[in-house]
Design a protein around this ligand. Sequence first.
Ligand SMILES: Cc1cc2nc3c(=O)[nH]c(=O)nc-3n(C[C@H](O)[C@H](O)[C@H](O)COP(=O)(O)OP(=O)(O)OC[C@H]3O[C@@H](n4cnc5c(N)ncnc54)[C@H](O)[C@@H]3O)c2cc1C
Length: 443
Amino acid sequence: MNTDVLIIGGGVGGLTVALRLAMCGIDVTVVEQQKGSSHTYKGELLQPKSLEIFRRLNIAEEIRKNGHPLHTISVEEKKNKSGYYQHRGKSKMDYRVISTPFNYGLMIPHEELKKIILSNAMKYTTFHYYQPARFTEFVNQDKALINYNGSTLQINAKVFVGAEGRRSKVRQYIGNDIKEQMYDHHFLTVTFPRPSDLTEGKMISTKDTFLGLFPLPDNKVRSVYLIPSGEYKAIKEKGIEEFFDRVISLCPELDTFINQIPSWKQIQLMIPFQYHAKAYSKHNKVIIGDAAHTVHPMAGEGMNLAIQDGDALGDLICWMDEQSDYSEKHLNWFEKVRKPRVDHLLNLSHLAALAYSKPFRYFTKIRGRGFKQMENDHMLHYKQMLNISGLGMWKESLYERFIQLGLLPARSFQKKHMLQSDHLFTMKEDYPWRYKGGVANDC
Ligand SMILES: Cc1cc2nc3c(=O)[nH]c(=O)nc-3n(C[C@H](O)[C@H](O)[C@H](O)COP(=O)(O)OP(=O)(O)OC[C@H]3O[C@@H](n4cnc5c(N)ncnc54)[C@H](O)[C@@H]3O)c2cc1C
């Protein structure tokens, strides 16, 4: 069979490209290997840029109704004294320092989000979806083999999108060797009922651990608890009460809530790592999302990078279709726009992860001071929120790194209105092919 674009993998990234392409009237086929929905936790915090993209895809309202908005994430440092945790300092990250309609994050169950994107793509007659259907190999430049219903489908396409996550096969065809960077800590993650006043994000950290709490709809909360790598088995053997006790000692308000988790089966072990592929495309093949990069989950970016990749690639292929020019050279635009942004967020997430790693664990004071300085210095606060929101990119200067470390004082002279400068991405920066045309390498 023939299709214009074959997308391998029906995760958030693949489905976002597919919806974008279907809206342009392009014939697009998605193959997804899984039988039904996944029970694995895969990220639930939508950053502002992803919400802005969903508005352009006309699904923002449906997503908002099924999610829980977060305006702030409080950051609390605690100290263990004779077996009890004592308050040491508190600060807050606030999305509202960015003046845009999307100055909040949104928590939504991952499978719910995928369902919304898929059901909207299904409305278009040029959208085709095969599940369970597994890509196995390419037989030549323009043909992919798919296992479907016990037989092999041969699918010809002009462009092949590898959106199949961490174990991407398309990445191998592009010729990428990835180097995984591992960390010295793992996470336990689980959802459970929340106290009614836990409506904003909350992070509690000590010199040994970290607890993140992110409220979901239906009075639930997603928790993420840091453990040293290799300790999972020992904790599990002590029984689920051990886990409850650890969480309650950090956050006593969760007593009678966390205890409602029926068994260890609900608690998932999350092993963070990071990599970034050298090249995103070759010939008529291109990789997006986790196939191209994986990020430490500390800054909550992985799912958002996949969605933002999906939007950029979708628009690029729509533009190529409008020009009736599917030349492979145009696909270079995708890497040119997305790679520097992904690099920046990978670095930010990596720095955040280091703050909780063993060699740096004894710098808890510096970590707490860094957040406090950020809260007091409007420019630092604005940059932090802008960068994690995905709405723009504004790197911290060396001078500002010194402020973060507490070596220089926070700047109190800044006026908030001075910060609403031109650091939000413009349409021209998001979709430059529409303004410059031609080949990315020539620009
Ligand atoms: C345990 C865990 C926790 C995470 N926590 C967070 C978080 O807190 N915040 C955050 O933003 N991100 C988080 N992430 C990352 C986030 O889930 C991913 O970055 C995001 O899902 C990437 O989307 P994707 O579409 O690129 O890939 P995926 O979501 O992995 O989707 C790939 C799809 O391709 C399918 N597939 C694979 N091979 C084939 C094949 N051969 N043929 C057909 N289909 C195939 C898979 O079944 C899958 O459905 C987490 C990820 C994991 C695994």
